[in-house]
Structure formats: structure tokens, C-alpha cells
Design a protein around this ligand. Structure first.
Ligand code: ADP
Ligand code: MG
Length: 251
């Protein structure tokens, strides 16, 4: 299936309308997402912030095509994801999305360089091109000198940067991050968020990050506050780069 070209800045990269999701546990059915509606702007870092258990990971899985919604519509880069088969969803994810996990999800036996090259070979890139892109991505997250090391030899912050480089090397239009800083201390968490922000700026990537950490709010271009399976507000945080650009006097 042909995929629409890169979404323009004015078109939302992601839209969800009336998304509902329930889980059944034993005889109890609990609704986790309640007819949730949202828009994520292209080429921005959007943060979905909310307490543990409010449905952030479930929402991210649905928006990235990992899980189907029970009802509602999800539109990503101009495609209705709810209309796609599982196979088409897999192709969509492979070609257009990157995912960064809380627990890094690195292979213990592989070097940083090999971790980043692996998905590129799945995508069918030649060895030479995969190597070139992997090296560039690792350099972009500041790990050029450490690319021959394995996870056990890297700090938590470095491991998460390898995971970001692995997602970035695919050159995705959409980059999803689920609690990417929660296993890190404050300083390393800040570095990771700054890198995600730089990726949105430098590559025009739409970055959607979920976190329960309120310290990240001021570092996003836009914040969607979530509670109990609903979006409560959608705002530009005062300390965000977008807010400061808006305040700058026009010369
Ligand atoms: P958050 O990421 O905000 O902490 P989650 O999306 O992980 O929240 O979970 C929201 C709720 O849905 C929780 O009550 C969780 O127990 C429940 N839940 C999530 N995934 C499943 C599942 N696969 N089966 C049953 N319940 C689930
Ligand atoms: Mg979660």
C-alpha cells in the first residue's frame, strides 16, 4: 500500500477520534481509554503527561499501530490505521515509526553499532548504507566514541541513547517514546529529552513521548495532560521552546 508523503506542518501528524479501549480480566471489564480525542502536530515534541495507570502506554500502543482500538479512528500520516490489516500495520510501523522503550530493550550480546544496524538490515538496506546510517545516528546522540561497546559496558543514559539512535537510524516520520527517562537520574533524563527535542527540530520528526514525570513538561513543545483515560488539556507549556519563540520580538 502506498504511504502518503511526509505530513506538512499544518496537517496534524496524528489524530485520534473517539478512541475506546477496554481490557477484560476474569469477569471484570475495565475501560482504559474513554472516547479519547487528540491531535499531535507534525515536527514537534509532544508530551503526554499523566499519572501511572491512566492509560498512556495503551494509548501510545494504539497510536503507533501496535494494538488495535476497540472503537474510534486513528489517523497517522494521512492513513486510517483502524482500516489496515495487521500485516499492513507492521509494514507501516517498520517504514514510518521508531519506538523507544522505558527499559531500553537492547540485546546484551550486541555492540551499540550492531544494535542500531539490526533494524536497518530488516528494512533491506545494504550493509554499507546500514553502517553509514548507524554511525551517523550514534554520533548524533553523542556515542560515536562508544559504538563498539556492549550494553553491560554502558551507563543507563548511554543505553537509552543507543535505543534512540536505533529508532532514529530508521529515519522515521513518527518517533514514539514510552517513559524514556523513568529508569534514569534527573541529569540523564534531561539529556535524553533534549536529544528527542533536537531530533524533532533537526529532522522534522514528530516525536510523541509519554511520561508521568512532571519535570519534563517545560521541555516539550506541547503538552497533553491525561487522566483516567481522557485528555484533560492541550497546551503549550510556558517554559517550552515554542512559547519562548512566540514571545521573541519581531526584528
Ligand atoms: P500507564 O502507561 O499510564 O501507566 P497503562 O496504559 O499501562 O497506563 O495501563 C492503564 C490500565 O490498563 C491499567 O489499569 C492497566 O492495568 C490496564 N492494562 C494495560 N494493559 C493491559 C492488558 N494487556 N490487560 C489488562 N489490563 C491492562
Ligand atoms: Mg506506561
Amino acid at each position: 500500500m502506498p504511504i502518503a508523503p511526509h505530513a506538512s506542518v499544518s496537517t496534524p501528524a496524528l489524530q485520534a477520534r473517539g478512541v475506546r479501549k477496554s481490557f477484560v480480566s476474569g469477569r471484570v471489564q475495565s475501560t482504559v481509554l474513554h472516547d479519547l480525542t487528540l491531535e499531535v502536530r507534525a515536527s514537534e515534541l509532544t508530551l503526554i503527561s499523566g499519572p501511572s495507570g491512566c492509560g498512556k502506554s495503551t494509548l501510545l500502543a494504539i497510536l503507533s499501530g501496535l494494538q488495535p482500538a476497540d472503537a474510534g479512528q486513528v489517523r497517522a500520516l494521512g492513513h486510517e490505521l483502524n482500516g489496515l490489516s495487521m500485516r499492513a500495520l507492521e509494514t507501516f510501523r517498520l517504514q514510518h515509526t521508531g519506538f523507544v522503550f522505558q527499559g531500553f530493550n537492547l540485546f546484551p550480546a550486541l555492540t551499540a553499532l550492531e544494535q542500531v544496524e539490526l533494524p536497518l538490515s530488516y528494512m533491506g538496506l545494504t550493509k554499507g548504507l546500514a553502517r553509514k546510517r548507524a554511525v551517523e545516528s550514534l554520533e548524533e546522540v553523542g556515542l560515536g566514541p562508544r559504538m563498539r561497546l556492549r550494553p553491560a559496558e554502558l551507563s543507563g543514559g548511554e543505553k537509552q541513547r543507543v535505543a534512540i539512535a536505533r529508532a532514529l537510524a530508521k529515519q522515521p516520520e513518527l518517533l514514539f517514546a514510552d517513559e524514556p527517562t523513568s529508569a534514569l537520574d534527573a541529569a540523564n533524563g534531561q539529556v535524553v529529552i533534549d536529544i528527542l527535542h533536537r531530533i524533532a527540530r533537526a529532522h522534522g520528526t514528530t516525536v510523541l513521548c509519554v511520561s508521568h514525570d512532571p519535570r519534563l513538561v517545560g521541555h516539550a513543545d506541547r503538552v497533553l495532560a491525561m487522566e483516567d483515560g481522557r485528555i484533560l488539556s492541550d497546551h503549550v507549556p510556558l517554559a517550552s521552546p515554542v512559547a519562548s519563540e512566540a514571545k521573541e520580538p519581531s526584528a
